[in-house]
Design a protein around this ligand. Structure first.
Ligand SMILES: *Cc1c(COP(=O)(O)O)cnc(C)c1O
Length: 397
């Protein structure tokens, strides 16, 4: 059993704050500070360039990939860390398309995160006018999986509402129609159990600064099924994905397996922070995290619905069909969220009217949920959000 008291003690959480936004940026694991100092002083400072070998910096992308892989049901050696998620989406879709050279359609849905759609659109425009990005409603994805489609690109958990796609069923349907799959796990990794190998997924990508707590700007990860990874051509053919980077050949030859999805020099300090964050994850079992997350989200929904009739649930009511977040529609959601943050309860707002709350059992418990629901009820019942200072839109919402 995961000891959630022990994991909570491993985070630096400011006094008096209930943090319900770990789905957007995880908090600071206490060990990060010392680890960064150690890497800066003992490794970078003392070893200088020899740190790449002596301190094992060059192995960080695959080492971290395997640790993340355990949480998402990936085979050992099938995940590598690097770049940002937008880049990894591009990389996965480009390689996936080449596995289906006679088809020109990428299928996605309008619940996807815009950056994924923008990146796919940008890629398809470079490939030529005969390519098409087909965006349908989430509930219409299945009926749009046809033999015209080359690649199905979906985010498993909707970033606004937490609605989940059925990864296993959709992947099966895709394969039955000759479609290659790309799953974005941005709101899945560390939030819900994922079984990439069991679902027979082809490609997956995700980020590490949300539920995995790698810190602002922490790098992304990419998964390629072992049955494909020696066949795919990396469209972003950087030197560190080369078979022999230090041979400095003028021609590109892809490295073996997942190594070929590396692009350039890894961000060592950021990966050091991520590695300290993964130490907390090593103490957790995803089944426990999921069970606790369902308890917390059910409790929050019950409390909010009992006290705030003006808020309507935007997330699926069935916990099996939602990720680890709960969202409510409220016309004055932006101001209400600002008022809530001013009272120490941090969630976020997604246009046009969604108040979003992430539940992360590693450091959020029942008493946090109760406190958050009480403060929210006070703000809504007494219209405390109705103040000019809560209505000024900031750059990041
Ligand atoms: C958070 C998120 C992103 C962000 O991409 P970055 O390149 O890391 O900024 C992309 N896609 C999805 C689905 C996300 O949830």
């Amino acid at each position: 059993m995961t000891d959630f008291k022990a994991t909570k003690a491993m985070f630096e959480l400011p006094q008096g704050i209930v943090y319900l936004d770990g789905n957007s940026l995880g908090p600071l694991p206490k060990a990060v500070d010392a680890r960064l100092h150690q890497t800066a002083r003992q490794e970078w400072g003392q070893m200088l360039i020899t740190g790449w070998n002596k301190a094992g910096w060059m192995g960080l992308p695959t080492g971290l990939g395997d640790r993340i892989g355990r949480l998402i049901g990936a085979e050992t050696g099938s995940v590598v860390v690097g770049d940002t998620l937008s880049i990894k989406v591009y990389q996965a879709v480009a390689s996936a398309l080449e596995l289906n050279p006679n088809r020109k359609v990428v299928l996605s849905d309008n619940g996807n995160f815009p950056s994924d759609l923008y990146m796919a659109d940008g890629l398809l425009r470079s490939l030529g006018a005969e390519y098409e990005l087909r965006v349908v409603a989430p509930e219409e994805v299945a009926e749009n999986i046809t033999e015209e489609v080359a690649v199905m690109m979906l985010t498993e958990v909707d970033y606004r509402t937490g609605r989940m796609h059925d990864m296993k069923a959709l992947t099966e349907l895709a394969h039955a129609n000759g479609v290659v799959t790309v799953w974005d796990l941005a709101h899945s990794a560390g939030a819900i159990p994922v079984d990439l190998a069991g679902c027979n997924a082809d490609f997956a990508v995700g980020c590490t600064y949300k539920y995995l707590n790698g810190g602002p700007g922490a790098p992304a990860f990419i998964y390629v099924a072992p049955r494909l990874s020696d066949r795919v051509r990396p469209a972003l053919s950087g030197w560190l994905g080369h078979e022999a980077p230090f041979a400095f050949d003028l021609d590109y030859r892809p490295g073996s397996g997942i190594e070929r999805m590396r692009v350039g020099t890894p961000p060592v300090l950021q990966m050091t922070a991520l590695s300290a964050a993964m130490d907390v994850w090593d103490m957790a079992e995803m089944a426990d995290v999921r069970a606790k997350s369902i308890e917390l989200t059910e409790l929050f929904i019950a409390k909010v619905e009992a006290t705030c009739p003006g808020l309507t649930l935007a997330s699926p009511r069935d916990p099996a069909r939602r990720g680890s977040q709960v969202s409510f529609h409220f016309a004055e959601g932006y101001a209400a969220m600002q008022a809530l943050i001013a009272r120490g309860v941090i969630g976020d707002f997604r246009a046009p009217d969604i108040m979003r709350f992430g539940f992360t059992p590693l450091y959020v418990d029942e008493s946090d949920v109760e406190q958050a629901a009480e403060i929210l009820a006070d703000i809504i019942t007494n219209n405390l959000w109705d103040q000019p200072e809560y209505k000024i839109r900031q750059r990041v919402t």
